[in-house]
Design a binder for this molecule. Sequence first.
Ligand code: ADQ
Length: 444
Amino acid sequence: MRRLVIVSNRVPNPRERGPTAGGLAVALRDAIARRETLWFGWSGATAEATATEPAISRHGQLTLATLDLGREDYRRYYQGFANATLWPTLHYRLGLATFDRQDFTGYCSVNAAFAVALAPLLRADDLVWVHDFHLFALGAELRAGGAKQRLGFFLHVPFPPRALFCALPRGAELLRDLAAYDVIGVQTTEDAENLAAALAAEGLPDAAARVAAFPIGIDGEGFASLAQREATKKEAVRFRESLAGRGLVIGVDRLDYTKGLPQRFCGYGQLLKRFPEHRSKVTYLQVTPVSRGDVAQYRALRRELDEWVGRINGHYAEPDWVPLRYMTRAVKRPVLAGFMRGARAGLVTPLRDGMNLVAKEYVAAQDPADPGVLVLSTGAGAARELDGAVLVNPLDPDEIAEGLDQALTMPKDERLDRWGRMNALVRDGNARAWSKGYLAALEG
Ligand code: ADQ
């Protein structure tokens, strides 16, 4: 079996195995377990200058090769072009994108530095799988250095319509870089159509033909047994008791402006206003650890959410009832899994999301005998697959309120029917099927 080379912005910490590992590490676990793998990327540490020699560590069949980033490169490539330019643009938020030519130069030079450091580690028959928007240019840099291996790319976030992407300065250059890859994977057919149209319009019809959708999945069975186990543990029991028999609505997201949190909080406020029968009968727990706290837009979002929480609780709380429990500290994934199982509704309303794994995790976590209802944004890639969800437009707080009301009052027969359809999909379209399907395409 050919060796797999994974390249991503961050390389996971090898100590974080099992339920604490990040999304990508979980999604790729099966692929890694089956064959010899080299995982290359940023160490997560910064230094005076970007390293030229990777640090190598071996863990059985898996070898990790990591580079420290120079502080200026970190600022230009990571905080700058990747997070402040590409992230908002790819999520259809052109108005939030900033462009700085030096950031773009920093982005290109880190992609080039990755290629130079990776090239000597490659074997002739390696399969190279590059992940996400931080590394659009890596394939072209590897080709420029003479790489002949099969090179694959997978974009975890959405790809917007061509006119939107091409409004980005240097957007055309990034499309030409993408053409270096043999397989160009995205999450949904909508993303695939958008990206193929952009490549074709750039005069790259062959690259357009290499674009395909590979919707990412989770380890549904693993998450289901985790949730079942955790629901009986001390933390989940104490939490359940604190609800005093009230129905639970749960939201789990990174603090990010793509996740639609102000609209979601407003929607919950509308539920309490327009459907007063739910007052004192329901509790909404939102777990949202702060991410990218050093970016101004994220600090502003945090303030906005603090205000929403104060407004809703100030207006509706009773001495013995807090309508919205909001946490910006991280809660461990296993504990969250146990909480999800006890929730009558999972509220997942990103404005745009490549897939959204929380939606699939919520489905997997449910008790098959008495499942809750997923209220899901039409802007999440997961909405293309999870047709048993109550779908809502995440920009319309009233629609969110109506969706929540529908979820909280849904008869058991309907809940069972909707959940059964979604659960079959989550189990079959799992992480293993995703990596297997992608690698089969990459092997050609
Ligand atoms: P993310 O934007 O990080 O991922 P998502 O897919 O929802 O979004 O979550 C990834 C993982 O992080 C999930 O396993 C989830 O449980 C965990 N997580 C999220 N919030 C958490 C919290 N508060 N506490 C603990 N764990 C939390 C990007 C894209 C997505 C795409 C994934 C995978 O933006 O659209 O689905 O990659 O391709």
